[in-house]
Design a protein around this ligand. Sequence first.
Ligand SMILES: Nc1ncnc2c1ncn2[C@@H]1O[C@H](COP(=O)(O)OP(=O)(O)OP(=O)(O)O)[C@@H](O)[C@H]1O
Length: 552
Amino acid sequence: MSLSNWIKKQIANLNEKVNPPQPNVYVETIREASQEEFSLEVEQIQEELETDIEAFNDDFLLENYQSPTLDLLEELNPLVINRDKLEEQKNTIIIGLRGFGIEISSIIATVGPTVTTFEITISGIGKRVEQVVKLSDDIASLLYKSRISIYSRPENGTIALEVSNNVNHIVGIRESISHPSFVESTMQLPLALGRTLYNEPLVIDLASINHLLIAGSTGQGKSSLLDSIILSLLYKKHPSQVKLILISTNRISFSVYKRLEKHFLASNPSNKGAIIVNKDGALESLYGLCEEMENRYELLSLAQVRNHSDYNKKFLSKELIPTKEFPFKFLPTLVLIIDELAEITQFGKDGENLLIKLAQKSRSVGIHLIISTQRASDRIITNAIKENFTTRIGFRVPAKSDSNILLDNDLASKIGRIGEAIYQSHNQNIKIQCSYTTVNEIERVVEFIGKQDGYSSAFELPGYEDYGIEKEAVDLSKRDKMFEDCAKMVVNSQSGSTSMLQRKFNLGYNRADRIMLQLEAAGIVGSASGSKPRDVLITTEYELARHLEELF
Ligand SMILES: Nc1ncnc2c1ncn2[C@@H]1O[C@H](COP(=O)(O)OP(=O)(O)OP(=O)(O)O)[C@@H](O)[C@H]1O
């Protein structure tokens, strides 16, 4: 009889006879905040601001503004605990270890969203965690699992056995943001990231971590986490307090937030919509934010305060009266969210340098950066990025080396489930199951906010010109040699699409983009409008030939 079969038999025999220590089961009942508690929050903000109404334009308070209600979010199945199963697993561990000569004096089971952790204390001295780790395959087989993780928790003097649950519990955004830890939070910018494997809610303050870097392979839950972060801010803040700059240059992932333009979004002068979907707009936003940052430093210095929150407090208490010489104004917190960092680093050093400059200096002026990437490579997550983004979230990555680039350890390569991630801050690694937000939920929240009265436009950032650089002028005397072929193609297809030029003529993005700018300068296509193809201003090849003859 094999050893594990022997142990199984022993367990069957002994299960009734022995009376092992009862597990202390830690299961938190999920308490939801009431609708009233939520409404109270916004009323308080409005009241706070109202005391100083004269300091603002009339519409500043959006007096009738209501923050989104809980019922817009889906109520998912609660975490289900099978106590009989838990008891069985606990006995299996106790008796299984005894079979290998290891007695334990206590066992505490914590049921988390996706795993149950059995924290054990070994009786006597001399038994070390390595001895238990060596038994992980045997214990896994006794528990009918393909694998379990075993590690020491020196802070508690215990050993933790992590056993996957039969059913994974999805941590819905409603569960996260209705938890008292979020509702009652006094943090400046609380983000409801999800739950730890010990089932504790993880709420962090973006204002104190400053910036956040998120990475992980495709389909692991990065976008959903970004959505949960955005919803955290929408539920907790008033439109006057926070403005988001959303950049997604190769996908449409943020387009659902378009309706928030007049409430929560910031934009730059040359961008048509408030969601930034093209390369030029992205670069302009970075320049614009740098300019905004410098302007804010000047205001802080005029106000003789050291940080953004002191400045706003002083402004709200009417200690800073705006004049021509001292153009004091309320400064909303700006949160830049980039859904693919690689799209920014494609601008060469410009993109990265601007990001680093912002990351280094923007913290005290109320500007925070959240950047995400699928590519955990050292070309994208450079040392300079790492130095400035010390709080990171790692979803599953394919190799240990990728995990090392992101976290300086291999933990992200060991993640097994979608939505699971390592939250790393101050050299601490916490495994979490991230809050999950669906598109339907976002649509409902956005609709709820978007249909209310908003400001006349998005919050406008400074543009290129304010930063003191001109957009590069297009020199039509140096036309690309594919210029004419491309002109014919866009006229015949009546579509001013850069990606079509790339495909048809096998061109790289930069070259196709340059040709498109030349076509614009030659009056053949209209100006860029988000991710949509440009309008074609000429209808036939004959007309094109005449137009080009006249031009050149
Ligand atoms: N926290 C979560 N809990 C459970 N399931 C999740 C969670 N997050 C995401 N998922 C599931 O995984 C799918 C992919 O998630 P998501 O689009 O967020 O991944 P991604 O990392 O952004 O991928 P990509 O990089 O390709 O955009 C979702 O459609 C959803 O079904």
